[in-house]
Design a protein around this ligand. Structure first.
Ligand code: AMP
Ligand code: FE
Ligand code: FE
Ligand code: ZN
Length: 288
């Protein structure tokens, strides 16, 4: 098979149901040659995944998906090719995780006010698919899972649709970094910044603003998006001289309809990022 790399998926370190090592194994099993694990606001997956990938002969590209905000609209920014041991990126992730803790507390309070019997302690014990690694970055899917386990909803989707989806009665956006600050941080650690799933941003003005920022690429190939929807984004990337990236946004059982590798990039794009990563890796090791 031709070279394929999935540049967007989530592990148990954020809101996926597979361990980082299990994602690596699955990528090898389905014939991918490259992978990036892009957990929400954490790079903890690389603590175990990097070694597994080396052993399995899979090229693993460091990545992350930051939650940012532009004019109060949520924007996801993908970062690639930094060294995950870089202190500055770890510190940036930690500020997000702290803020998530404050935000989760507020959402739990809103749910309690609605009469649900849920607590922060219970949320901290939540994991998908039984006893797996503890998440570093706890988010709304974990709250949805808690609501389901307590019998308040019948599915994760129902929890979003009724209570915690954007602008629903128990939604709380939390304090987020700006898109510009996030791009700057990614660049400072030698990485590349990419707009995640831009087709999901409904406000044209926001997309226009993002297209004028200092991004290096946009995610043109996403999950099971049909070709006619991809083409405008491929064209926009070409006009800007940006890279058109792609990935599945696989979350395991949390989003059961998506499979790993259902969107992917070829070796040309992957190796462009991977070479940058190898240079950042060398620099990191020289500095230690
Ligand atoms: P958070 O980062 O805590 O705001 O949670 C966002 C994550 O929740 C996304 O990455 C998705 O995995 C999931 N999510 C967001 N909106 C929905 C929705 N309407 N239905 C199902 N899952 C959602
Ligand atoms: Fe997610
Ligand atoms: Fe996203
Ligand atoms: Zn994602």
């Amino acid at each position: 098979m031709d070279f394929r790399a999935d540049l967007h998926c989530h592990s148990t370190c954020s809101d996926g149901s597979l361990l980082p090592t299990e994602l690596v194994d699955m990528a090898v099993d389905i014939g991918l040659q490259g992978l990036s694990i892009t957990d929400h606001d954490t790079v903890a997956a690389y603590g175990t995944a990097m070694q597994r990938a080396e052993e399995a002969g899979l090229k693993l590209l460091p990545g992350v998906e930051f939650s940012t905000s532009h004019k109060d609209i949520s924007v996801h920014v993908l970062g690639y090719a930094f060294d995950p041991r870089n202190k500055e990126i770890i510190k940036f992730c930690n500020t997000h995780i702290e803020e998530r803790r404050r935000r989760n507390k507020k959402i739990i309070e809103l749910l309690i006010r609605k009469g649900f019997k849920v607590s922060e302690e219970e949320l901290n014990d939540i994991s998908f698919d039984g006893a797996k690694g503890k998440p570093n970055s706890l988010g709304r899917p974990h709250i949805a899972q808690l609501l389901m386990e307590k019998g308040h909803v019948t599915s994760i989707q129902q929890a979003f649709d009724k209570y915690i989806g954007d602008n629903k009665s128990c939604y709380e956006p939390g304090k987020r970094h700006s898109v510009e600050e996030t791009i700057d941080l990614i660049h400072r650690v030698g990485g590349k910044a990419v707009i995640a799933h831009p087709h999901l941003i409904k406000r044209r003005k926001i997309v226009r603003d993002l297209m004028a920022m200092d991004f290096d690429g946009l995610e043109a190939f996403y999950a099971k998006m049909p070709l006619h929807q991809e083409q405008p984004w491929i064209d926009r990337a070409r006009e800007k001289g940006w890279i058109a990236t792609g990935g599945s946004d696989y979350h395991g059982s949390v989003k059961p309809k998506l499979s790993l590798g259902c969107s992917w990039v070829s070796d040309e794009i992957f190796n462009y990022f991977y070479d940058i990563y190898l240079r950042n890796k060398k620099e990191q090791e020289d500095s230690e």
